[in-house]
Design a protein around this ligand. Structure first.
Ligand code: F0G
Length: 355
């Protein structure tokens, strides 16, 4: 095989990852996602600010989870595991199912019944995972998965698995490689808090190796009805239309708070109304379709702009768009006016489009 051809994050960043020549690389060529300049948002942010969208929805299964999953599944295979398991609000299960299928091992996923987007459920099922929908939320599902994987020969592939975080940190490397340095600010959604942990780890490692000069200010956003870190206490019944981040007791709580404090950043919350507004702005003004949880990063950016947070500041802001809009087509349809049904008649069509 040609070494110069891009073949995923393990091949590209192996010297920064816990892999050796013995690690079987299970890849779908994940990573290498575009960092898209956002003109509309940049103008809103102020004359000295540039906003970029890291479009993680363009990973093979449509979310950032693939970065961590390629490594978690590769390491599981290296350790001769025959089965993996995760709890999920949808994207982790889609990714685990795809990479497990590619590796030829069994995948079991626990999802909160009725609370994951249709696209994600269809992915887990079509890739052949054993999908169990429980009468309980994500936090309950994760507790059950922790117990099962402690007692049975099944590898846990939630972000408590350190290889998930290691793989996900490569997104920071890509951003630094693209700009030649880290951005000044980074806005991102926070759910189980693995991703903010991973990005911060990646940024610090690149700086320590002299591959970047600065560190970004980390700005994390939870949904208002699912904001345990902001409220400083677990939420028993988290609620939000952004089902991907409907989490009341994040597994990586402590490291998310460290990322916030070490970077002199913040973790704030945004309402469902603000999330949907940002979701529509992204699609209609920037041409980028991201799922609602991803739009929380832009909702947070807009909230901070309104508060004057970026006044007299300058530099680059990256907003992480964690998952593709097509993951949750039902939400898109609910958010806009559905098309008018009309007669197949030229005259009325011309009239309708305003000529
Ligand atoms: N955005 C999307 C689209 C997600 O799917 C998730 C998490 C997050 C943001 C938050 O990332 O948990 O690392 O803070 N989804 C997990 C799942 C929980 O099961 O798919 P986090």
């Amino acid at each position: 095989m040609n070494e110069n051809k891009y073949r995923g994050i393990i091949q590209k960043y192996k010297k920064f990852l816990p892999v050796s020549s013995k690690t079987p690389v299970i890849t779908l060529n994940e990573g290498n996602t575009p960092l898209i300049y956002a003109g509309y948002l940049s103008r809103l942010a102020g004359k000295n600010m540039e906003v970029y969208l890291k479009y993680e929805g363009l990973n093979p299964t449509g979310s950032f989870k693939d970065r961590g999953m390629t490594l978690a599944i590769s390491k599981a295979c290296e350790e001769n595991a025959k089965a993996v398991m995760c709890a999920s609000t949808g994207n982790t299960s889609a990714s685990a199912a795809a990479y497990a299928a590619r590796a030829g091992i069994k995948c079991i996923v626990l999802i909160p019944s009725g609370a994951i987007a249709l696209g994600k459920l269809s992915q887990a099922l079509i890739h052949g995972a054993k999908v169990l929908a429980i009468k309980g939320n994500f936090d309950v599902a994760l507790d059950l998965v922790k117990e099962v994987t402690r007692d049975y020969p099944i590898k846990l592939v939630n972000s408590l698995n350190p290889y998930r975080i290691e793989g996900q940190k490569t997104a920071s490397f890509e951003i630094c490689d693209y700009f030649g340095d880290a951005p000044d600010f980074q806005c991102m959604p926070v759910g189980n808090a693995g991703n903010i942990t991973a990005y911060w780890k990646g940024y610090k490692e690149y700086k320590n190796l002299g591959l970047s000069r600065k560190l970004p200010v980390m700005l994390g956003f939870q949904a208002q009805g699912a904001a345990p870190i902001v409220r400083n206490k677990p939420i028993k019944d988290p609620e939000t239309i952004a089902t991907a981040i409907r989490i009341g007791n994040p597994a990586s709580w402590k490291t998310a708070v460290e990322a916030r404090d070490e970077s002199k950043g913040l973790i704030d919350m945004v309402s469902d109304t603000e999330i949907l507004q940002a979701y529509k702005i992204l699609a209609a003004k920037e041409g980028v379709f991201a799922e609602p949880a991803s739009a929380a990063s832009v909702a947070g950016l807009l909230k901070l702009i309104k508060k004057g947070y970026f006044k007299n500041k300058k530099g680059k802001i990256t907003c992480i768009l964690t998952g593709h809009g097509l993951k949750d087509p039902e939400r898109a349809i609910k958010t806009v006016k559905t098309p008018k049904v009309m007669a197949a008649n030229l005259k009325s069509i011309i009239k309708e489009i305003g000529y």
